[in-house]
Design a protein. Structure first.
Length: 539
């Protein structure tokens, strides 16, 4: 049996996925936010850890938390004594990176002296960047260009990585050690002529992943090293997108009649506008050719997952448990596969379960064979987090989109050279008029009102992020935050009233919903100019 990309067999694997704060009005929004938006809260810590222990020697350790940076004037430090860092279980990644010929990071360290090594459990990491780093380091000095050996976790598909600088002031070498993400356990040991590095899902399951030939003097430093190239680059991107709405003048014309106007879609690949995702579309004829050459579809999907790809696949949900259509009627719909277990012969699946709730479930290998849509118009779409892309906060683009939303102008009008002009769509504030006109005739579809709610929720996230980044001042933030909170409350009331209508089959809430949509539109018309003014000079 031939398996494309087959390496050493693993029994199971699960890629990172987070359902909290997901934008789930449409599946592609839900998949993107579940892959990227791991944290949008305002908590200061980036990393949660426990059991930071030296392995041998004097256990009454004096720990110092210091900032390794190019300039001594940037350094700040504090010292405390503890044998196992009891009560110290959170830390913030210093903006910067451990890379190239100089480093910039937070180091919770002690002099190695007679200590054999160090261990720690990484409980949780914020996904501030695909290359946020948290792990154990042995370092020759506190100079930014010092020699070191480092094993660290990332919050992304980069997993656990080993990195070291063999000569002071030189570049670094790195290699992937494991696909694991937090929670996990790390260990670093000094041995004669080498540094031994371990990782595992927990302390009892740690295994040796690398022995790096390396000699240090006895007066080296050992500790927990943390950094992040961005404060939250994903939020930089989200804050610069999901700003404008569109609506069809007749909702019956399209399956997605009301949505965010977020970017170009090519060949049903709705993910191409997100720079943090690499996408690859594999059409059914190619899948069939691979199968004819001895590649089983189950092994193909597993090989995609092994390579760090989330698998977006069209399934007939008649065969998919925990779906509204299961064993009742045919319903083709996209689902996302993010993990597998060979022993149990199941895939980890996320999609819209019974009750239209976005959640995870299991799908057996046999059920996938039955459910896979086999029309030549179907495809398998692979989604993979870009391993090194960085998106800066773009207030110029934010202002442009806010102005186009306010003026009901299509932000993508210039792209008509690569798409057909569509005269039956309204944009920005005018999209609310489409919603008001169409809602009484299309009450069964909850998505339009859910999009309105998510639009307001994302505005709150955007305002908070812009404020944290210094793009808007305190007084403007307070005014705008209160104003958009009221609009978010109105949007929640609209959505919940529609849910009541759907369950009770009554129509008494229609007039209230229409009135609130009009209030939301008018509220945005008043607040958008204030936000445009608050953003001031463009970046």
């Amino acid at each position: 049996m031939t398996i494309i990309g087959q390496g050493e067999l693993q029994m199971k694997k699960s890629l990172p996925l987070n359902l909290e704060n997901a934008i789930n009005s449409y599946s592609y929004h839900a998949y993107i936010s579940s892959i990227l938006l791991h944290d949008i809260d305002a908590e200061e810590p980036n990393v949660w850890f426990s059991n930071l222990n030296v392995l041998a020697g004097n256990r009454d350790v004096e720990w110092t938390q210091t900032a390794i940076a190019d300039s001594n004037s940037e350094q700040d430090s504090r010292t405390f004594k503890s044998s196992s860092m009891q009560g110290i279980d959170t830390a913030s990644c210093r903006p910067g990176d451990i890379s190239g010929d100089k480093d910039c990071f937070t180091f919770i360290c002690t002099k190695a002296s007679d200590h054999k090594g160090l261990e720690v459990d990484i409980i949780r990491m914020k996904n501030t960047s695909v290359w946020a780093k948290s792990g154990l380091m042995i370092r020759e000095s506190l100079e930014p260009d010092a020699r070191y050996v480092y094993i660290f976790a990332t919050p992304s598909v980069n997993g656990v990585v080993i990195q070291y600088r063999e000569s002071q002031g030189q570049g670094t070498h790195y290699e992937n050690a494991s696909h694991l993400n937090a929670p996990l356990s790390l260990r670093i040991e000094r041995s004669e002529g080498e540094i031994r590095l371990y990782c595992g899902e927990q302390k009892e399951k740690r295994s040796l992943v690398k022995a790096v030939p390396f000699c240090f003097s006895s007066e080296t430093y050992i500790g927990l090293a943390l950094c992040s190239p961005e404060n939250n680059a994903f939020l930089n991107w989200y804050s610069s997108n999901y700003i404008q709405l569109y609506g069809y003048k007749d909702f019956s014309m399209h399956q997605m009649p009301f949505d965010f106007n977020v970017g170009m879609h090519v060949d049903r690949n709705f993910f191409t506008f997100c720079p943090y995702l690499r996408t690859q579309m594999i059409w059914l004829p190619l899948i069939e050719r691979l199968e004819n050459n001895g590649n089983d579809i189950i092994d193909l999907i597993i090989s995609f997952l092994e390579d760090g790809n989330y698998v977006d696949v069209d399934l007939n949900e008649f065969y998919v448990p925990d779906r509204r259509a299961y064993q009742k009627y045919e319903r083709p719909h996209t689902n996302l596969i993010y993990g597998y277990d060979r022993e149990k012969k199941v895939f980890d699946l996320v999609g819209y379960a019974s009750g239209n709730l976005f959640r995870t479930s299991k799908l057996t290998f046999a059920q996938l064979r039955s459910a896979l849509m086999r029309s030549h118009d179907n495809n398998i779409l692979l989604l993979k987090i870009h391993p090194y892309y960085n998106y800066g906060l773009n207030t110029k683009m934010i202002k442009r989109q806010l102005a186009d939303h306010l003026n009901s102008t299509d932000i993508l009008a210039h792209a008509s050279i690569s798409r057909n002009y569509e005269p039956n769509i309204s944009y920005g504030l005018a999209a609310y008029d489409c919603l008001i006109e169409n809602y009484p005739l299309h009450q069964r579809d909850i998505r339009p009102l859910h999009v309105v709610y998510e639009h307001k929720k994302l505005m709150q996230i955007r305002l908070t992020h812009l404020h944290c980044e210094g793009a808007i001042n305190d007084s403007a933030f307070q005014l705008l935050n209160e104003g958009f909170k009221e609009l978010e409350k109105l949007s929640i009331m609209c959505r919940n009233a529609q849910l009541i209508n759907r369950t009770s089959k009554k129509t008494k809430n229609i007039d209230k919903i229409l009135k609130r949509i009009e209030e939301i539109k008018n509220g945005e018309r008043d607040l958008m100019p204030v936000l445009l003014g608050a953003l001031g000079n463009e970046k």
